[in-house]
Design a protein around this ligand. Sequence first.
Ligand code: GLA
Length: 553
Amino acid sequence: MRKRLIAALAALSTTASFVVTAVAATVITAAPAQALENGLARTPPMGFNNWNTTHCRAEFNEKMVMDMADIFVSRGLKDVGYQYVNIDDCWAKTQRNAQGNLEPDPVRFPRGIKFVADYVHSKGLKFGIYTSAGTKTCNTAGFPGGLNNEQRDANLFASWGVDYLKYDNCNNQGVDAKQRYTKMRDALAATGRPIVYSICEWGQNKPWEWAQNVGNLWRTTGDINDTYSKMVDIFKRNLPLAQYAKPGAWNDPDMLEVGNGGMTPTEYRSHFSLWAIMAAPLLIGSDLRKVSQENFTTLLNKDVIDVDQDRLGIQGKQISLSGNNYVISKPLSNGDYAVALFNNNSSTQTISTTASAIGIGQSSAYNLKDLWSKSTRTTTGAISASVPAHGTVMYRVSKGVRTPPAAGTHQVSDLSWDTASNGWGPVEKDRSNGERPAGDGKTLTINGTTYTKGLGVHAASEVSVYLGRACSAFSASVGIDDEVAGSNGTVVFQVFADGTKIADSGTMTGAMAAKQLSGSLANAEQLRLVVTNGGDTINYDHADWANPTITCG
Ligand code: GLA
């Protein structure tokens, strides 16, 4: 999907106006709240931005940026996923040139921006830049902004090889935010270059409600600073916005302060854990030449990064809050769950939850891996830890000994699933997809026929069920749900018993009646129900597995 989109963008790039048409068409015909279909940021962006450590000071210059790229490679940051090396405000001259173009500050960037971008690219990394959706950027020196120069500036950035744009909100002249940010989205698309688009309007216009098809990420709050209290303040504002995040469209609680010195290593581990479980962008905001070994180790914690970068792209949700102790849970693509136990108190606390409360589903035992200490243990359900003041204990919880379904015929919607991934919203039990929070769908309906049992999914989707070689047969009726208008939507339903495909619907559209699928599950460990996008986009692909049943014993 992603490769195909990028290839399509590249193919279209020769005719800029054609690309604009294609983008506009997507907006008009797409299902509601369509993600920005530029194929980028399928997991939260990871990288570096200089702002938190340098602000506008002179040490922000070409050498610093090149040093960060070197350190990404030499100290293992690139290997764990950090990719974007981004520059923030104060890179430009205070005036546009005679042609109306932005120019780099010759003291900070004597060899120009393209030179730095080329250097970053030579390391196998990507390069990002900054401007504001206003007449000037935020710094009082008065650097020119992009308002009413959107296409000119986007073209210039693309010509320099920019891969990421942070677009700020200062000096916006009171022009409607959605209008300003959409204009730059379209200008970036028209360049034909894939550019991650970071909206920075500080949450002022509730971007989580409108920016999913405008930007790849949107700031949810005002600026972070290097204090524990500000970090927690931002965490609290970003946490309730979980339902709005998804692959390609992320809540951005601002860049990391880890390593800047204003918090303790324990507090920085909390900062990193909370950002990861909230599927936040991980943009390092410290000067990596000066970060202590302990804080460097925090930034390199691959287990925690894996939680952030999980391909399901679900932002962790608050499970409980009691006496300033938070329990947050995030489902992961292999069926595991991440749990953060965050102690926002000034003394050690015991924080407790259960496997059932975090949503992982029934099992006779669970494995807990502590993602900071790396210790592991098993539990029958209790999840509890002594957590130091301002600290966070983070676990990856996985099902231990699994039990196969009992003898008899079962509806798949009544079983606990090993994994359930979906292009939009969660996989729904006995309801259609609906696209947003759990339970927002309707009665499952295919071409006028309704079903009380089944799964409402949205391509690209995969649901897997542990069978433990105990089952013999699968059957279901499948089709696109009538909640999609007309003949819209194109999908393929596929059923796998372990690695073997046992049924395939062929391409189905919204105009077609349900098809019957069945196959043998003999000796299979696992059933997998897959819905693909049918070779086009995932737009309108609301797919129903009606009466999916397995016979066991
Ligand atoms: C705003 C943004 C910050 C930073 C500065 C630069 O405050 O929110 O992240 O980019 O501008 O001036």
